[in-house]
Design a protein around this ligand. Structure first.
Ligand code: SF4
Length: 383
């Protein structure tokens, strides 16, 4: 059986069905106060040879999975039967399972880990991408994370070369366009650099996905955070704007500021107002907004600008217009994974009744603070 290859810890939600390959290890910056992912892990580059070996291993595994499918009488197709066989046998490695799942989903996308592959020398990245495309001609889309600060150091020509070698999309964690917020959370980049990097990616013909973090300005800077983030995005017009709300579990450095009172979290209701302000200020762009992260309160704040702007604002207004009890029940249902839309409140009276009883119970025992604690614990499970 083909041997396993290395994979990193995370990928964006939109890459859940992608083949994951690790080009670099961890994060070369690793200082953002809100980020729990690579803390205490040292960044390292991998050699081109090492990465190519991993790509070859993934190829060998993909061929083995298909051969197994033939042996199981499934004509080379990776269907439920093949998946059941692989996942119920502990002899198969995690790499084998992950390639099998990728073939089963059949989307053909590939995500290159970890936090910032743009830090690789252009010629190395190009060599790796060409090799990947040669070994996996069936791959339909190759994406990666990149930091704005790193991308500004590359020329548009280099970015074009990277695109031509096979990179289709870059996910950038912009988080905010507001310099005060970016400095406070040690993002190590300015709004101006975000614009420069974003425009470079767009000019190179690479699809651009910018992540914004509602709540990152806290109660003190929420307005600046919303307005400046929209301003920076307006100057870029990325293909995608993705919302991923701030959470502050005790293992991230920002938690210390939360404890000493120098950072006050936005409540869900404050966040709704913040996101509304943000959407209102998105002007003159054609980006698609998505809230595809489980940590977002209102998943339906999504659509393509400018046409869907009013629709997105209406989703927020609808939440804001709910009576206090309904908003609370929605928040608990959403955080517990039962609700995706405020419409769900009316859709399923049984679930509604269960959540209401649960909320009433907690309020009786621990008061409103208890419900807030309960909601926080549920959301933080996802981090
Ligand atoms: S650049 Fe990204 S991965 Fe690195 S510390 Fe910041 S948020 Fe985390």
């Amino acid at each position: 059986m083909a041997v396993g290859f290395e994979q990193g810890p995370i990928r964006p939600p939109s890459e859940a069905k992608s083949l994951l390959l690790r080009l670099t290890r961890n994060c070369p910056w690793n200082q953002c106060l809100f980020c729990p992912v690579y803390k205490k892990q040292k960044f390292s580059l991998r050699t081109v040879e090492e990465i190519k070996e991993d790509i070859q291993k993934a190829r060998d595994i993909a061929d083995d999975v298909k051969a197994l499918s033939w042996r199981l009488g499934r004509s080379g197709v990776v269907d439920q039967e093949v998946i059941r066989h692989i996942f119920s046998d502990s002899a198969y490695s995690e790499s084998f399972k992950s390639v099998a799942a990728w073939l089963y989903y059949g989307e053909g996308s590939c995500f290159l880990q970890d936090a910032d592959n743009m830090v690789m020398k252009t010629r190395d990245l190009v060599e790796v991408l060409r090799f990947l495309r040669e070994k996996f001609p069936e791959i339909t889309r190759v994406t990666t994370y990149g930091r704005s600060r790193t991308i500004v150091r590359k020329s548009v020509e280099s970015m074009k070369e990277i695109h031509e070698a096979g990179l289709d999309r870059i996910h950038i964690g912009m988080e905010s366009g507001c310099d005060t917020v970016l400095k406070m959370v040690k993002k190590g980049v300015t709004g101006k650099q975000h614009i420069e990097a974003g425009r470079k990616v767009m000019e190179a013909g690479i699809e651009l996905s910018e992540y914004i973090m509602p709540g990152l300005g806290g109660q003190a800077l929420w307005k600046e955070h919303a307005v400046d983030s929209a301003r920076v995005l307006n100057a870029i017009n990325p293909h995608f704007i993705r919302l991923r709300s701030l959470r502050v579990p005790d293992r991230v450095p920002l938690h210390a500021k939360l404890k000493d009172g120098s950072f006050l979290m936005q409540t869900d209701d404050m966040l709704a107002e913040e996101i509304k302000l943000f959407i209102e200020h998105l002007e003159g762009i054609t980006s698609t907004v998505t809230s595809d992260h489980i940590m977002n309160l209102l998943e339906e704040v999504s659509g393509t600008l400018p046409g869907d702007k009013e629709k997105m604002l209406r989703v927020i207004e609808k939440y804001q217009a709910l009576p206090d009890t309904e908003r609370l029940i929605y928040r608990v249902g959403r955080r517990g994974g039962a609700y995706a839309s405020t419409d769900d409140l009316e859709r399923d009276p049984v679930t509604y009744g269960k959540i209401k009883n649960l909320v009433d119970d907690i309020v009786e025992r621990e008061g409103m603070e208890g419900v807030e604690r309960f909601i926080t614990e549920m959301v933080d499970r996802y981090i």
